[in-house]
Design a binder for this molecule. Structure first.
Ligand code: ZN
Length: 289
């Protein structure tokens, strides 16, 4: 039982009324604490919603050079109108990697009104990665693997050619960078998106290796790392077919192209939406004719 205070009100009610009338030092400190927390949270971007676009296999020259160019340009126009925060392209930027095709690719990519992050594919580096191929890509396009943070999330752009094949000195470096990047992000509580060219698998996590997936041993190692470090999704290309898989809570999405879709899916790209409550959804957007 609460003791009765003035005017028949309980002691608790009476104290509350006092507190409402004049803020105590304790309350003021608490308020400053709340405000500081809010500033810190908004500063590191957690809890903010955003969108980004996944493009795959622009592969200029695969579906007819002029048509591929026109479709990539159309995608840039539509994406600019949609105003996502940024775009990722999951490799095979061009069909035949040379000065002219890459210049054309870079010209069209330059039309994006937002940042565009590219991963290399087998058509950009060759089916068996070589030091000469790496040098050419890094000179004409830029970095082949790197990470960036966006609103509390970490995006890891990988060179899956080093997982599909092996290049002495490079594959080891890429592997340790990848592990360290995942580890650092999870330590900070930053959920991860992995972007690359080859999907881990097409149908099941234990399927055999073929032209379109990664070797089972590497796949197993990657899935374990994904689980341990909080990877939300891996975005890939290469198959020219829409493949949406899930491994536990991890979304594995191989998207549509603007060059050739073997499954006769319309040309287009995928818009990803990350909400304040950290739900992650994606949706196909067809190219307008
Ligand atoms: Zn490919």
């Amino acid at each position: 039982m609460f003791s009765k205070g003035v005017n028949g009100k309980s002691q608790l009610e009476s104290d509350e009324m006092k507190n409402r009338r004049r803020p105590t030092l304790k309350n003021a400190i608490r308020l400053v604490g709340y405000l500081l927390t809010a500033v810190v949270l908004s500063g590191c971007g957690r809890g903010q919603s955003f969108t980004f676009v996944q493009m795959c296999d622009t592969q200029l020259g695969f579906g007819g050079y002029k048509d591929d160019v026109a479709r990539f340009e159309q995608a840039v126009t539509q994406i600019n109108a949609m105003k996502p925060d940024f775009v990722v392209i999951c490799g095979d930027l061009v069909n035949k990697f040379n000065d002219d095709s890459v210049a054309e690719f870079n010209r069209i990519k330059g039309g994006f009104a937002m940042p565009c992050y590219c991963a290399p594919g087998n058509h950009d580096l060759g089916n068996s990665p070589s030091h000469a191929g790496m040098k050419r890509y890094r000179t004409l396009v830029g970095k082949d693997y790197y990470s960036f943070e966006h609103k509390g999330y970490t995006f890891v752009i990988t060179n899956t050619q080093f997982w599909k094949g092996y290049l002495k000195g490079e594959s080891e470096k890429h592997d340790s960078w990848f592990k360290e990047t995942l580890k650092a992000a999870s330590k900070k509580g930053s959920p991860l998106f992995v972007v690359g060219h080859y999907p881990l698998f097409l149908k099941t996590a234990d399927e055999e290796e073929g032209y379109y997936n990664l070797p089972p041993a590497k796949r197993k190692e990657l899935l374990r790392l994904f689980e341990v470090h909080g990877v939300v999704a891996m975005l890939a290309g290469h198959t020219h077919k829409t493949i949406i898989n899930r491994h536990k809570d991890i979304q594995l999405v191989t998207g549509e192209t603007t060059s050739v879709n073997f499954d006769k899916h319309p040309f287009g790209f995928r818009i990803w939406r990350v909400t304040e409550s950290r739900s992650v959804q994606h949706e196909f957007v067809p190219l307008q004719k």
